[in-house]
Ligand binder design. Sequence first.
Ligand code: NAP
Length: 233
Amino acid sequence: MNLKNANVLITGGSLGIGKATAMLLKEHGANIAITGRNKDRLDKAAKEIGAIAIQADAGNEADIKKTFEELSSHWDRLDVLVNNAGIGKHSALAEVTSKEFTDVFNVNVLGAALYAREAAEWFKKQNSGNIINIASTSGLKGYETGTMYVASKFALRGMTECWRAELRRYNVRVTLVNPSEVTTAFGNPQGVERPDEPKKLRSMEIAHVIKSVLEIDDRGFVTDATVFATNPW
Ligand SMILES: NC(=O)c1ccc[n+]([C@@H]2O[C@H](COP(=O)([O-])OP(=O)(O)OC[C@H]3O[C@@H](n4cnc5c(N)ncnc54)[C@H](OP(=O)(O)O)[C@@H]3O)[C@@H](O)[C@H]2O)c1
């Protein structure tokens, strides 16, 4: 696809991977809308990017519907949904609580599905569209303390295959992107980004992968892209 004048919605676009992707796609001519919960952070990022800001919690269905209502007052089509908003909670199996499990699934799984459901309505009418699901290498392999987060990313990987099977006939390309460790603010409630470490991944590496995946001619698509740091030790 051509990014010039493409309309791109990025959930969780006020920090980290979402923000870097918004900046890069904007630089290449796309129109961007970003979501996030913290209004100050969202407005600041939107100003910096030159994006539409929509305050919305990906764990809240009413907010997801509101996102598309607001979008329709700006745009008459949508070309890309980047399902990026995600939260991580880690604890040993013995410490898993229903509340934390549900919180993670509400955002990482149900939120992503509801964003995709709404976007798919636009895509089917247009007979075109793209969904990029930001999962994780935690969606490929489990580890100690990963029950809630790992399960949510495995679920996102599974849903990616379902949406691809349903939407491919409408020319919708559905891609899973699996970052490994990226030095963002992930897990920091204050939103303070980790300092850059030269051997670790930055959000920009993931943004470049997303851009490349989108820019492939519409006749083809990438199913999954997993991104590791070359030599993080
Ligand atoms: N960083 C890594 O090492 C890593 C590795 C693999 C996968 N990932 C995945 O990459 C995605 C982005 O992570 P990141 O590292 O860029 O995180 P981040 O720096 O913490 O940024 C997360 C962004 O999502 C927003 N967000 C969080 N919860 C939200 C919600 N319920 N509704 C709407 N927006 C929400 C945040 O803004 P507000 O807090 O204001 O809402 C922020 O803009 C996540 O899905 C994560 O699982 C990250």
